[in-house]
Design a protein around this ligand. Structure first.
Ligand code: NCD
Ligand code: ZN
Ligand code: ZN
Length: 347
């Protein structure tokens, strides 16, 4: 029986939502990961340090007792973001980073940035104070094919920003294409990328396998096989630019299985197992710790977690649906399926 022992991993891209959903989903992440970058796309969004601090308190109240977990908060950038509030929030330990949602690119992005020039003063301040910019990297013009939106963002927004603000550090969140892999490599040290389990495991056929599969729909949407293979090579390469970010994105079942279904895959209950499956298939378990536990903290300038955790190869059932009192259920990735790895007890 194979086993793997690594420093406790972190999740550099998480959606916890709020209220009853938050109470139910936080424990899945907190039990496995030491820290998580918490995305600010609530309704209303987390746009200033005061609301971020109280959101952090609500997250902490949902962490099971005896579990050590640190949420790292992010600021949702709008056309009107106040650079001085962001800088103060960062200096005061509330904000770890700020998130660029191009307006209407994804879930709850309607208050996002309508044109990148609008936030140039904010980007200037972020570069000066060492605040990383996290991006949902898709352009939104209606005429652009949905499968080309990441590439469009790289050419029209990302590269110009990298050139204009040489001091700015950027994370391209949830990269989905070989062009994403390429641009991250070309700005080594200044740019990092998270990669989700679903983009490593599936290509776009999964959305249409024998019928329409709403639980395979997320943004950026799954891409062609050649892109999945590029992502697998990047994740398992050990290169410091690529790190774990699940993009676990819970939506109630009836809002996904709908005429106009929400985007997002709820992976938190099985995320580590999903990544381990990929690394085992690629013969790269020796590089798993770099991806899961070392590269992310190094990029953010934080120490890796001290604690060690062990996973053993053992067929296990993990992915139960999550009941949210009076609201419905959330269907996880690997719903009803067995996974190949289990976290060793006490680890
Ligand atoms: C995310 C969500 O639901 O908040 N959905 C998704 O498909 N990834 C938003 C995001 O990360 O773009
Ligand atoms: Zn996104
Ligand atoms: Zn996300």
């Amino acid at each position: 029986m194979r086993s793997i022992t690594i420093r406790r991993p972190d999740d550099w891209h998480v959606h916890f939502r709020d209220g009853a959903v938050l109470q139910q989903v936080v424990p899945f992440t907190a039990r496995v990961f030491g820290r998580a970058i918490v995305m600010p796309n609530l309704t209303p969004p987390v746009t200033n340090a005061a609301t971020a601090a109280s959101y952090r308190d609500r997250i902490m109240s949902a962490v099971p007792t005896g579990v050590a977990f640190t949420p790292l908060m992010t600021c949702y950038l709008t056309d009107d973001t106040d650079p001085s509030d962001l800088v103060r929030g960062h200096a005061g330990g509330v904000f770890t980073a700020a998130k660029l949602y191009p307006a209407h690119a994804t879930t709850n992005s309607q208050h996002g940035v309508t044109a990148i020039e609008k936030i140039y003063p904010v980007l200037e301040a972020m570069a000066e104070h060492g605040i990383p910019l996290l991006t949902h990297g898709e352009i939104t013009r209606a005429e652009v094919d949905i499968f080309d939106r990441e590439k469009g963002f790289i050419d029209e927004v990302l590269i110009p920003v990298m050139e204009r603000f040489p001091g700015l550090k950027v994370v391209m969140e949830h990269i989905t294409t070989k062009q994403g892999v390429q641009v991250v490599r070309s700005y080594r040290g200044r740019m990092g990328a998270t990669i989700t389990p679903q983009h490593l495991l599936y290509n776009r056929n999964a959305i249409f396998q024998g019928g329409l599969r709403p639980h395979m729909y997320c943004l950026p949407v799954l891409k062609r096989e050649e892109h999945r293979l590029a992502l697998r090579a990047a994740a398992t390469s050990g290169e410091a630019s690529f790190f774990l970010g699940t993009d676990t994105a819970p939506h109630l079942q009836h809002l996904k299985e709908a005429a106009c279904g929400c985007a997002g895959v709820f992976s938190a209950p099985v995320a580590l197992q999903a990544y381990l499956k990929v690394f085992a298939e690629e013969g790269a378990l020796d590089r798993f710790e770099a991806f899961a536990s070392l590269n992310g903290p190094a990029f953010y300038g934080l120490p890796p977690n001290e604690e060690k955790v062990t996973f053993v190869e053992a067929s296990t059932f993990l992915a139960e649906r999550v009941r949210v009192e009076s609201e419905g259920e959330i269907v996880p990735l690997f719903d009803g399926e067995m996974v190949d790895w289990a976290q060793a007890r006490g680890a």
